[in-house]
Design a protein around this ligand. Structure first.
Ligand code: KG4
Ligand code: ZN
Length: 342
């Protein structure tokens, strides 16, 4: 077992073909090939995504190795996303990782995508405040595929405290953006138009969900109805009110998230919180959490924005942490679409 292993991480669960090379906790290279083709369809088209992963994976691996300035034979293990995600997309990364490991006769480390988002806080330069959260902590996972509140007891000892009963928060941003006539991914576009908006101009009712679970489908329909009703009265309603509308929606979503995390911290008596996943790139969400944390003396950990959305580094760091614990996998592991447990 090497003290400072070099591990290659492969992520292909959705629409990014991402490969990273890591040495111990330090990223040597981080390549992401994004698939722009989905923008015009308003969401990821699974068939197109897997074809593009197939087209891009060798390119991404070669670039990652070149940029890391290493020789392929120096790689000690390969980590890869096993799930959850889109099966066609996952199969490309999983099959590639298996062949690569067989060719070099090195071990395999399969990774749970959500766990990897959470563990990205342990990449050497990932944190805004350059320190890693101490255990235990609460993690809010907000991405296109998932919305969960997780209690992290130890690196590989995690408990889901709550999750969405229907849509994820990222999907909610994307679907609302689509209603407003924008392309995929909608979250960054809503954030962009929110900037000059008055966020108390429109108010929406928050979902009433017990415990630490979320529900966004009713919220999304409420906004759809609101837009439809107003467009009937004024066909230029969206155009005239775009900034205030986006800002009000974004604030309401931020409040829903903060309210549940507050509850989770109180119930568990843990006041150390991390935000992860693509939606945690959102400036309003980051601001709401940091202001509240300052007031309540919580510790809140935010990632550098490049580590919030899907990337190979989060798979590579999880690989390193598994390698250190001898958590290797057999060549016979198969990908899974739905999150089961940690
Ligand atoms: O973590 P991620 O890259 O992929 C999944 O694992 O799902 O998250 C993608 C999601 C998309 O729904 C996208 O709209 C959302 O993250 N997103 C944002 C922002 N940047 C990305 N949502 C709100 N504000 C943003 N700035
Ligand atoms: Zn993700």
């Amino acid at each position: 077992m090497k003290k400072e292993p070099i591990i290659m991480g492969i992520e292909s669960s959705c629409d990014e073909t991402a490969v990273s090379v890591i040495k111990n906790r330090k990223i040597l290279s981080d390549i992401i090939i994004q698939q722009k083709i989905h923008n015009k369809y308003g969401g990821v088209v699974p068939e197109l995504a897997s074809r593009l992963h197939d087209k891009n994976i060798v390119k991404a691996v070669n670039r990652a190795i070149l940029l890391a300035r290493i020789n392929m034979n120096q790689i000690d293990a390969v980590s890869f996303t096993l799930g959850p995600g889109m099966i066609g997309s996952l199969l490309i990364g999983v099959s590639f990782a298996k062949s690569f490991a067989m060719g070099l006769q090195i071990p395999l480390l399969s990774v749970n995508h959500i766990q990897a988002h959470i563990l990205s806080h342990f990449i050497s330069d990932a944190n805004m405040n350059y320190s890693h959260p101490k255990f235990p902590f609460i993690s809010l996972v907000i991405s296109g595929g998932h919305t969960q509140i997780v209690k992290i007891n130890e690196f590989f000892h995690m408990e889901t405290l709550g999750s969405t009963l229907d849509d994820s928060v990222g999907e909610t941003f994307d679907k609302i953006a689509r209603m407003l006539g924008f392309s995929y991914p909608g979250g960054p576009i809503i954030e962009h138009f929110s900037k000059n908006g008055y966020d108390k101009r429109f108010s929406f009712s928050k979902p009433l969900v017990k415990g630490l679970n979320f529900s966004f489908s009713g919220f999304k329909n409420q906004i759809l109805q609101f837009i439809r009703n107003n467009l009937k009265k004024d066909p230029l309603f969206v155009k005239r009110n775009l900034h205030d509308l986006c800002a009000s929606i974004q604030r309401c979503i931020s409040d829903i998230l903060l309210e549940k995390v507050k509850k989770a911290t109180q119930e568990n008596n843990i006041f150390r919180v991390t935000l992860v996943g693509g939606v945690s790139a959102n400036s309003k969400i980051r601001k709401i959490f940091t202001s509240f944390a300052k007031k309540e003396k919580w510790e809140v950990f935010l990632l550098k924005k490049k580590y919030t959305t899907d990337n190979g580094s989060m798979i590579a760091i999880t690989g390193v942490l598994k390698y250190e614990r001898n958590l290797f996998d057999s060549i016979y592991v198969t990908p899974y679409a739905k999150f089961k447990s940690f």
